[in-house]
Design a protein around this ligand. Structure first.
Ligand code: ADP
Length: 597
């Protein structure tokens, strides 16, 4: 019985720790949960009483306990079902009365055992009432009226039995038992007080943690908003600067002017890279980086990275080689954008930190666990052993002079490693100062069966744009001018409008081959305009390309929901813009032909 009581007490202490705002409701839950235990205990006590005193009277007591427990169950039921309710005063008084009645009946058997159970009966009665006292004290102490309602009848039994006995018998043994009872009660008061203080402290700590979490969530949301706004505001003027530099490069320039334009474009690229890195990093930190899964032609991807970085490496007299083991599959399923981003970072570093020798990208395949092992090895300056562990931390560079000499922010490797981990892989580094570094990407990918491989869409010829009619909506005059200049060489006809409403109007009166749509515009935004164009009129099926400075994932998701053909971010990459438009126009014709057939 003592063990059973201890079990109940330990559970009650656990419950006391997670006190809800409404203590009454919580006690209702606890009482319901422990109903079976109380009934089980009562059956055990009845059996013991029957054994100690003989006769079947404990069965009568057990029935009475069953009845009072039923009343208890009914009384606390509304609170249990509606924990949010605030009990009225009358209801509270009723609950206290029920709790007191329960104790009077439940511990009543102790009084009978005290009188009729002999030495063993007295001991049993004291232990039973002490256990009950401890139990109600611990699980009801956070609602004082209920606590007193249960503790008072318990105490009357607990102290009343030995005190009356000592008065009647006048023996020093009974007197000692009464003093023991009083001492127990005093200890109990201290324990309950202590438990209340601890519970209150835990409650306060919980509330504080909750408040802090809410604050952190608000701060995180504010940070995301801030980043979205800053990103948009920086991208818009940067689009003008970079596009103007691109346009300038197409004009007749002397060598010095050409160099100046190149500087401008390089700086623009660095700024865009930085902006993307900061956005990616904050996305990863917030656990909001979402991966895509699509087919990737591995050899194609590596060849294009080679085409991008080889001229830069060779300009420094460094050879760039790409070695792909024959058993490496042609096509795999992964997130191609993130794969490219990681290798781009590794190659960018290898080119940046290698002044002579070579850079080798080697790709191997581990069939057993379907992993690509991509190693980017260079013969560059290398990294000191004590810095090697830190280079994957955010904003860490191997030494203080790096930024001065090579630029960079120290975010590239941090992002790449986190991306590799999110994708289920690993990115590690080995390096010897003066001899070079090897970065190894170990990445699980899915194999694509050759039969299920999607047919490759033929790259659209950019000349496909000649004679096409394209609608472009952008509220910035500079952006509209830039679009016109960028698309001029492609001999397409551009209809420029200033907001979504004008775009809808234009789309109602004329058929277009493709539509370029900005996101944030006065009068009507790009998303609404796209939805309207899609709803009715002759451009319902015309491919829409989002061309926007809102580069966050939420924006991309919003455009995806509208079913846009592509999502391009500003600053505009002229080649990508032309290729995407050409592809959209070709696809549009194919779709219309298919619809006719
Ligand atoms: P960033 O290149 O923008 O500084 P990274 O996170 O890409 O940031 O790299 C962190 C640091 O690691 C670099 O500043 C550089 O000191 C060191 N590092 C990275 N790659 C190499 C490499 N291939 N050779 C030598 N040092 C490297």
């Amino acid at each position: 019985m003592v063990r059973l009581h201890i079990g109940v007490i330990v559970r009650a202490m656990g419950d006391a720790v997670q006190i809800s705002a409404n203590g009454w409701a919580m006690i209702a839950q606890v009482r319901f949960r422990e109903l079976k235990t109380r009934l089980g205990l009562a059956a055990f006590i009845a059996a013991t009483a029957s054994f100690l005193t003989g006769g079947l009277w404990p069965v009568f007591w057990l029935s009475l306990v069953g009845l009072t427990q039923l009343v208890d169950w009914l009384a606390f039921r509304p609170l249990r079902l509606h924990p949010g309710m605030e009990p009225s005063l009358a209801y509270k008084i009723g609950l206290c009365a029920v709790a007191a009645l329960n104790v009077v009946v439940y511990s009543g058997i102790a009084a009978i055992l005290w009188i009729a159970g002999g030495e063993a009966g007295r001991l049993f009665a004291m232990v039973q009432v002490a256990g009950g006292l401890l139990h109600v004290s611990l699980h009801m102490h956070h609602v004082r009226p209920l606590l007193f309602s249960a503790v008072i009848p318990h105490s009357l039994y607990f102290l009343g039995m030995p005190i009356t006995e000592s008065l009647v018998s006048g023996t020093w043994q009974d007197f000692l038992i009464a003093i023991g009872g009083v001492l127990f009660m005093m200890h109990l008061v201290v324990a309950v007080r202590q438990s209340s203080t601890t519970t209150k402290a835990l409650q306060d700590a919980n509330a504080e943690a909750q408040a802090q979490r809410q604050k952190a969530e608000v701060a995180s949301a504010a940070k995301s908003d801030f980043l979205a706004v800053v990103s948009h505001e920086i991208r818009t003027p940067m689009n003008a600067v970079i596009s103007a530099a691109n346009l300038l490069r197409r004009t007749r320039l002397d060598r010095e002017q050409r160099e100046h334009v190149s500087m401008l474009l390089d700086a623009g690229d660095v700024l865009v890279g930085l902006l993307n890195d900061v956005l990616d990093f904050s996305k990863i930190e917030a656990g909001k980086m979402q991966l895509e899964s699509s087919e990737m032609d591995l050899r194609d991807k590596l060849a294009s990275l080679g085409r991008l970085w080889r001229p830069k490496a060779e300009a420094n007299g460094v050879r760039l080689a790409i070695q792909i083991a024959p058993d490496v599959p042609d096509t795999v399923r992964t997130d191609p954008l993130r794969f490219q981003q990681m290798l781009f970072n590794l190659l960018s570093n290898a080119v940046k930190f290698t002044e002579h020798g070579s850079i080798t990208v080697s790709v191997d395949w581990r069939e057993a666990d379907r992993r690509l092992i991509v190693a980017v090895a260079d013969t560059g300056c290398g990294i000191a052993p004590d810095r090697l562990a830190n280079i994957f931390d955010s904003f860490e560079q191997a030494d203080a002079g790096t930024t001065r000499k090579y630029g960079g922010t120290g975010l590239g490797l941090a992002i790449s490693r986190r991306l590799a981990e999110i994708m289920g892989g690993r990115l590690t580094a080995e390096s010897v100062v003066g001899q070079g570094s090897t970065f190894t990407l170990n990445l699980p990918v899915e194999l694509v069966q050759t039969t299920e491989r999607a047919p490759k869409r033929a790259a659209a010829d950019e000349r496909a744009l000649a004679g096409r009619v394209i609608l472009a909506a952008d509220d910035h005059a500079v952006n509209r001018r830039i679009l016109a200049l960028l698309l001029e060489p492609h001999e397409c006809r551009l209809v420029l409008v200033e907001n979504g409403a004008e775009a809808v109007e234009a789309a109602m009166t004329q058929s277009f081959d493709a539509i370029l749509m900005d996101m944030q515009m006065p009068v009507m935004d790009g998303l609404t305009a796209t939805a309207r164009i899609r709803a009715e009129g002759m451009n319902r099926r015309t491919p829409v390309i989002a061309l926007t400075a809102n580069a966050m994932d939420v924006h991309r998701a919003a455009w995806d929901a509208e079913g846009v053909h592509a999502f391009l971010t500003k600053p505009i990459d002229p080649a990508l813009l032309a290729a995407t438009l050409a592809e959209a126009c070709v696809q549009d014709v194919e779709a219309r032909e298919a619809a006719v057939a």
